[in-house]
Write a protein that binds this ligand. Structure first.
Ligand code: F0G
Length: 487
């Protein structure tokens, strides 16, 4: 793919600091993108129509497109905000300690602090990953690991704001369609806020670990005989009829919370923006909120440069990547998703326009990686003592390819790169065990049956368990053999 294949971008007007590189760039979206609004509203990303903040809507009443939460520019300077965010880390107030509400000047949709729900969430680590860096051919690579959240995935960053808005609206029940992580997060947050959680998951393909979470949190767990995309479409029709509140990433209040991943990251980096941020893409909510956060921080003067948002999809579930490659600018062709990275097994991502906006604004990139690349990258991340679920490993797979191959987009070994790990390694133990026992197959399922046993993946970094007799000698021999390999 070359950028020239994609339709021209109308230059956005920045309140501060316009980036010259944008002028010659070609990209997908064509609309200006202003971060602020004179009042707190829901604003359409396409026709800019505004709707009251307290309307229970997910799409624009005029044109049907996605909505942003828009609000006035904070009155404080960027530097003053940064100082406030930092000072709150010393506070004992739970909302100051939350890795989301610590940044609440950029989440001003609530009316008083009593409305705020917190677990707490966020405050996730930025981890050095020397083995992964070496694997990718980089001098340095850091992972921001969002799996360190209360339910083990990045979803908690957004669920906390989504459930807060549900409470403000006086909803009784909240619902989502999910590949597993959203349902786990929704289950926990709804339970803590005293709301009924309702989750729709595909009947097959959701990891047991994730399913077990929503059961334990008391969610009404509906295993739909269809894939994620079908469940998402059904929920959209059902929710208004039942008066339940949708907390998928089509809900702009969820994406507000996920902005704080970026704010927290920038703070961890001393407000020195990295060259590139690499993030897995499924329903494309996370990359969308990263873009919105960076857009706001940029306008507040808190961004030293625009990090290039690089979205990675699994090859069999890559509609955005295919749209960029095909150069079609205003449409996304839905695909029938196939990947063992079940978290991102999504063929019709709801937030694709917002994600494209983020990629274009940041001069970013969209690509896909193979099942084999994902599996090996995951094992290498494990060797750094970090671990993640398969969807997260798309990041390292992509970085390795961009650093080693002569594609149009090439990573320089000296680039500062942060890759986002979205889920904890314990989220999908079955995949991990099958990899290390060299029995991971590209086995794809339709809603109810295995359609294709596919080829076996190669487990280049397999570390299988060793069954050993219960004697001192037998154990000695095996351990000694391994000790000899480390010299
Ligand atoms: N990584 C993990 C571990 C996920 O669970 C998801 C999405 C993604 C990446 C992709 O993020 O959708 O914001 O682009 N999981 C959703 C779910 C769809 O239902 O749990 P996205």
């Amino acid at each position: 793919m070359t950028r020239d294949e994609i339709s021209p971008l109308a230059i956005d007007e920045h309140a501060s600091g316009s980036d010259e590189s944008n002028l010659s760039r070609r990209a997908m979206m064509t609309r200006p993108w202003h971060p602020w609004h004179s009042e707190r509203v829901l604003r359409c990303i396409t026709c800019q129509a505004v709707h009251p903040l307290r309307d229970v809507i997910y799409r624009c009443g005029s044109c049907g497109d996605l909505l942003d939460v828009a609000f006035p520019r904070p009155t404080e300077t960027g530097a003053a905000l940064a100082a406030t965010f930092r000072a709150r880390r010393m506070s004992d107030n739970p909302i100051d300690r939350s890795g989301v509400w610590r940044f609440r000047e950029l989440l001003p949709f609530y009316d008083n602090e009593a409305q705020i729900v917190t677990y707490p969430e966020g405050n996730t680590p930025l981890l050095e990953a020397p083995k992964s860096a070496g694997y990718a051919g980089l001098r340095r690579l850091r992972f921001k690991h969002l799996g360190f959240n209360p339910t083990g995935s990045f979803k908690d960053y957004g669920m906390v704001t989504g459930v807060t808005q549900a409470r403000i609206l006086g909803m009784r029940a909240v619902a989502c369609a999910s590949t597993g992580n959203t349902s786990a997060s929704l289950g926990a947050y709804a339970a803590r806020a005293g709301l009924l959680p309702i989750v729709l998951v595909p009947e097959t393909g959701v990891s047991f670990a994730k399913l077990s979470q929503s059961l334990d949190y008391g969610a009404l767990t509906l295993m739909v005989r269809g894939d994620f995309d079908v469940a998402q479409a059904l929920l959209r029709k059902l929710a208004p009829r039942l008066g339940i509140y949708i907390l998928n990433s089509v809900n702009p209040f969820r994406l507000e919370g996920q902005k704080t991943v970026m704010i927290e990251l920038l703070e961890q980096l001393g407000w020195e923006a990295p060259d590139r941020i690499v993030v897995p893409g499924g329903n494309l909510g996370n990359s969308s909120s990263f873009g919105k956060a960076l857009r706001e921080l940029h306008d507040l003067g808190l961004l030293s440069k625009r990090p290039r948002i690089t979205i990675v999809q699994a090859r069999g579930a890559a509609p955005l990547s295919e749209a960029y490659e095909g150069g079609h600018s205003e449409t996304l062709v839905r695909v029938h998703a196939r990947t063992l990275a079940t978290a991102i097994k999504i063929g019709s991502p709801v937030s694709w326009k917002k994600a494209a906006r983020a990629v274009d604004w940041s001069d970013g990139w969209v690509m896909s990686v193979s099942e084999q690349e994902i599996a090996d990258a995951k094992a290498v991340i494990g060797q750094d003592g970090i671990g993640c679920e398969p969807a997260s490993a798309t990041t390292l797979a992509a970085i390795r390819r961009l650093a080693s191959e002569g594609t149009d987009e090439r990573i320089d070994p000296d680039e500062t790169i942060v890759a986002i790990l979205t889920g904890n390694v314990l989220k999908d133990p079955d995949y991990t065990i099958r990899y290390h026992q060299s029995s991971l197959f590209e086995e794809f399922r339709s809603e109810t049956i295995v359609t294709d046993h596919g080829r076996g993946l190669t487990s280049q970094f397999a570390n299988p368990p060793v069954v050993v007799d219960a004697t001192e000698e037998a154990l000695m021999a095996v351990i000694q053999e391994r000790l000899d390999t480390i010299g």
